[in-house]
Design a binder for this molecule. Structure first.
Ligand code: ISE
Length: 346
């Protein structure tokens, strides 16, 4: 592979455009050479902003073009598996947006293909590259706060994506927490329970908010409040309750790049919430891209990144929670991933 990684992006929606702008602004060792999207108008208009890469109307044409060394997949969740498989078949390294797939069955097929081919597939759980989440992990690992006993997370979006139901809050949004909590604690989630009470009257297609309970292999209880139609702003919180202290992320307003200060004036404390995840995780997305480009040039995936297998485990946890939801909130054991992977390939 050349010393410059020629990158193609499939999908020019919110995340495809974000990655394209980051690459165009300059990621060492990377060159954005192609975009693909059925929406040619959107693809051409993005291309004009990011250095005029070649525009393809069909993802497979980009994959077959021979013009790219690596591909970023940033399309709706239901197309992640098939496009990742198409890249694996061609031996093209991939950074695919999370989740690996909306269902375990689709994700399992990808993991088996990836592992059989020793393919370079990274899943974009970008919080692993966020300075705040990394500091949480490093602080726990340093040991002075003692063992982790519990954690409480909050994940809020301004408005739910239209046309989705309650399960999408778990499989598309809270799936971040399932990856993050396993990564932070170093062990897998073993048991889950879904709970909910009064729902917002502002949205009828799904139950919002929801409370998710997760027990890990050390019996640490993790709670996640997921609210995807919260109206006021994008808000992600995480507190780790440990034996000798507690560690938490600073409140979002202090972190976002567009307004990294809190103003006290005229008897008020003033700050702003971002409208979505891009400003909140801007640094994480840039670090993720830089690490992915550098590692891909060396023929590996970044050390901290989510592998296809780790991403499948997040979807495995999500499916257990959906089962709990469908059964009125029973406690559900998370099936053992290694057994299921062996079970299918045996
Ligand atoms: C969205 O798809 C993302 O990945 C965001 O990071 C997440 O916070 C949001 O809930 C998802 O819908």
């Amino acid at each position: 592979m050349s010393q410059v990684l020629k990158i193609g992006i499939i999908g020019v929606g919110v995340m495809g455009a974000d990655h394209a702008c980051n690459l165009a602004a300059g990621i060492r060792g990377a060159e954005l050479v192609a975009l693909a999207d059925a929406n040619q108008e959107a693809a051409r208009s993005l291309a004009a902003e990011v250095g005029n890469p070649t525009v393809f109307g069909n993802p497979q044409d980009l994959i077959d073009s021979g013009e790219v060394d690596a591909i970023i997949i940033a399309v709706p969740d239901q197309f992640h598996a098939e496009l990742t498989l198409a890249c694996v078949e061609k031996g093209i390294p991939v950074l695919c947006e999370k989740p690996l797939a909306p269902t375990f069955a689709e994700g399992l097929e990808v993991v088996e293909a990836v592992e059989a081919a020793h393919a370079l597939v990274t899943i974009g759980f970008m919080r692993r590259f966020d300075p705040g989440f990394r500091a949480l992990k490093e602080t726990v690992a340093a040991g002075s706060v003692g063992q982790m006993l519990m954690s409480q997370s909050v994940h809020r979006n301004v408005e739910a994506y239209p046309g989705q139901d309650s399960t999408a809050s778990v499989t598309n949004s809270a799936v971040h927490e399932f990856d993050t909590l396993a990564w932070l604690s170093g062990v897998e989630i073993k048991k889950v329970q879904w709970a909910a009470g009064k729902a917002s009257s502002l949205i009828s297609e799904r139950h919002d908010p929801q409370l998710l309970l997760l027990w890990d292999a050390n019996d640490v209880l993790h709670t996640v409040l997921i609210q995807v139609h919260a109206q006021y702003g994008y808000d992600v919180r995480c507190e780790l309750v440990c034996e000798k202290g507690s560690i938490e992320l600073p409140r979002v307003p202090a972190l976002i790049e567009e307004r990294p200060v809190v103003i006290s004036m005229e008897g008020k404390l003033e700050s702003r919430y971002p409208a979505d995840w891009r400003p909140r995780f801007a640094a994480a997305y840039r670090h993720e891209l830089s690490a992915w480009v550098a590692a891909t040039l060396e023929g590996r995936i970044p050390d901290e990144a989510a592998t296809a297998r780790a991403a499948l485990q997040a979807t495995n946890v999500a499916e257990a929670l959906v089962r709990s939801m469908e059964n009125g909130g029973t406690v559900v054991a998370v099936p053992d991933l290694a057994t299921m992977i062996q079970g299918v390939s045996a």
